[in-house]
Design a protein around this ligand. Sequence first.
Ligand code: CP
Length: 312
Amino acid sequence: MSELSVNHLLGIKNITEADIHLIFETADHFKEIINRPIKKVPSLRDITIANLFFENSTRTKLSFELAEKRLSADVINFASSSSSVAKGETLIDTVNNILAMKVDMVIMRHPNPGAGVFLSKHVNASIINAGDGAHEHPTQALLDSYSIREKLGDVAGKKVVIVGDILHSRVALSNIFALQKLGASVKVCGPMTLIPKHIEKLNVGVETNLRKALEWCDVANMLRVQNERMDISYFPTTREYTQQFGLNKAILNSLDKEIVVMHPGPINRGVEITSDVADSKQAIILNQVENGVAIRMAVIYLLASKIGHNIN
Ligand code: CP
């Protein structure tokens, strides 16, 4: 049986194309299961997973928790605001105390880039990065590429534009790595102030004109402006940002083809995307959320298998 090349999922950068295909094939199996009347399998009933969220989340946190429960794992949840982190306990001490309760796997979202890599070097458990600052969000990129594969049949050969606040986006970086490993061409589009310097070194095209970017692409992935990561203004006003980089029906309808519209959530309706586009047939935003559960089941299952748990 194939297995992942890694013991942790810390980012897309350090996994292989074969890893991604294995995760997709495993997710296909779990997607079929979670659409049955009985959505649960006993595969991981001998494993305990801790969900550590040091930063807010709706989709990722609930999706991981559901994936764990669908696999019959035991689950504990941790929110930093109600924990002893507020009393000054370190990350390593916090996690080692949780692991002392016989926890096997840690899912962690953290505001600091590299927090997952750091943890993986200091504790004895498999770590899944659920988003570390503006660095990586690997399971989001996996579910995004999986959703493109589901909608368009394949990711290879497709043209994908990622639009918006690329500078502060872990979703953008993980998507660039995943899409390129799977053979897609990638462009980023947004105000130059929100495009990282030297991004061309990642073999990514840069476009500052939304219409041109949309005319080029098969898929547009619209990102939220991450005001919580900004201490200065990166564009004059939100209204002007929306005029230049917001996706609306008028632009979509004026294209001579039908593109696929994606968004990782949470959406700022009326800023980066209008409601009529977000709720249209061209948008696969809720399919992305649905696929997130199957992808996370696949990642957890394959990592648990790698670290030697009894898999039924
Ligand atoms: N896409 C995403 O990471 O959403 P949450 O912040 O709600 O988890």
